[in-house]
Design a protein around this ligand. Structure first.
Ligand code: ATP
Length: 358
């Protein structure tokens, strides 16, 4: 297995920008995901790692080996494409064996390796089937087997689940993660689906407009978003504008549109924000951190009017008007009466859960 380093990599297509200054180190054995909306540069970055595109600037290394301009077939990577790119007229066995045949592996070894990998991806008994006789999920597993059979150092997956229905997508997500853990293979995964990224990855790189916004563990990305884009792209969040009215080493006090002052912890402050008194800031508050409170006054208690209430059994979701802002909250119900539209409500926003998203 191998680590992957992108050293200040840029890709331009004529005058059009592809990606800009990607600088990351992916550890050997890591499950690393490129996440972002359509057109943000995920596939371009993956294709440079596979060798289908060469960077306009910068270097790519696998371990200590520089591969920046090495052609794809000499990189020892296995790739699964969004549409699988299987050979429809060939059998499952022939599809999986193809990469070994072009590498001139002997017949007996091909049989042994293909059968081993079919077992690993749970395709035993399907060897003689043609691709057009398989379900979408089975085709996906053939694509995965074909990528893995060559025993690549690095596995590259470009939106491999996007052609599957929701239930199968979830099952296959666990299947891919199981395989990756079993094989310990360095895996780079491209998706625009944040739930997929959060549930599978050791670390995530969030991109927008060809630029890396943040690299971190799912926990860091969710709880410490560095800017508005990351905060709103990953999960649901409340983004509130405010003005810093006081600060010391430990705490920052911010006035919001209702005139109330909320206190957050200074250590959550984004490195980009200066947070001097008078500074305009954006607060990111996750709905699950906001709890209904019987108090109407106190530290970080805001009052407002319920605009929308939704009872789902275990949880209550409220949208509450607080000044000119709206606050989404989600809490475990615990048998308390559910507030209705127009009711006054008190909500507690713990200071540890207020983040300064730029
Ligand atoms: P999607 O999820 O839609 O596949 P993506 O995040 O993978 O999107 P890329 O395909 O990497 O995005 O595209 C990044 C940018 O580079 C886009 O603005 C795209 O138009 C541009 N781009 C990608 N490939 C080419 C190309 N071959 N020629 C010109 N521009 C390109």
């Amino acid at each position: 297995m191998s680590s992957v380093t992108l050293d200040h990599v840029h890709k331009r297509f004529g005058k059009a920008k592809g990606v800009e200054d990607v600088h990351i180190h992916i550890e050997s054995g890591e499950f690393f995901t490129f996440l972002g909306p359509s057109g943000c540069g995920k596939t371009t970055t993956l294709r440079m790692i596979a060798g289908f595109y060469y960077p306009t600037e910068g270097q790519i290394r696998f371990g200590s080996r520089e591969v920046t301009s090495v052609p794809p077939h000499k990189r020892n990577t296995g790739m699964v494409f969004q549409n699988y790119a299987l050979f429809p007229h060939m059998t499952v066995f022939e599809n999986i064996a193809f990469g070994l045949q072009v590498r001139s592996v002997g017949k007996a070894e091909i049989k042994e390796r293909v059968e081993r990998i079919m077992k690993l991806v749970r395709l035993e008994g399907f060897g003689e089937r043609r691709i057009d006789q398989l379900s979408g999920g089975q085709q996906q597993r053939v694509a995965l087997a074909r990528a893995l059979v060559i025993e690549p150092q690095i596995l590259l997956l470009d939106e491999p689940l996007s052609n599957l229905d929701a239930k199968l997508r979830e099952e296959t997500r666990f299947e891919i993660k199981r395989l990756q853990l079993e094989l310990g293979i360095t895996t780079i995964y491209v998706t625009h689906d944040q739930a997929e990224a959060m549930s599978m990855s050791d670390r995530i790189m969030v991109m927008q407009g060809g630029v890396v916004q943040q690299v971190g563990t799912p926990h860091e990305i969710y709880h410490r978003p560095v800017n508005r884009f990351v905060a709103s792209f990953i999960g649901e969040t409340n983004l509130w504008a405010g003005t810093v009215v006081g600060r010391d080493q430990a705490e920052v006090h911010v006035r919001i549109s209702s005139g109330q002052v909320l206190c957050g912890l200074a250590k959550n402050a984004s490195p980009k924000a200066r947070l001097a008194v008078g500074e305009q800031v954006t607060l990111s508050i996750r709905p699950e951190a906001v709890q209904e409170s019987s108090e109407r006054v106190g530290m970080n208690i805001v009052t407002g009017t319920v605009v929308l209430s939704e009872f789902t059994g275990a949880c209550v979701h409220y949208v509450t008007a607080v000044g000119q802002e709206q606050l989404r909250s989600m809490s475990i119900n615990m048998g308390r009466p559910v507030k209705q539209r127009g009711d006054a409500i008190g909500l507690h926003i713990p200071k540890e859960s207020i983040y300064f998203a730029g």
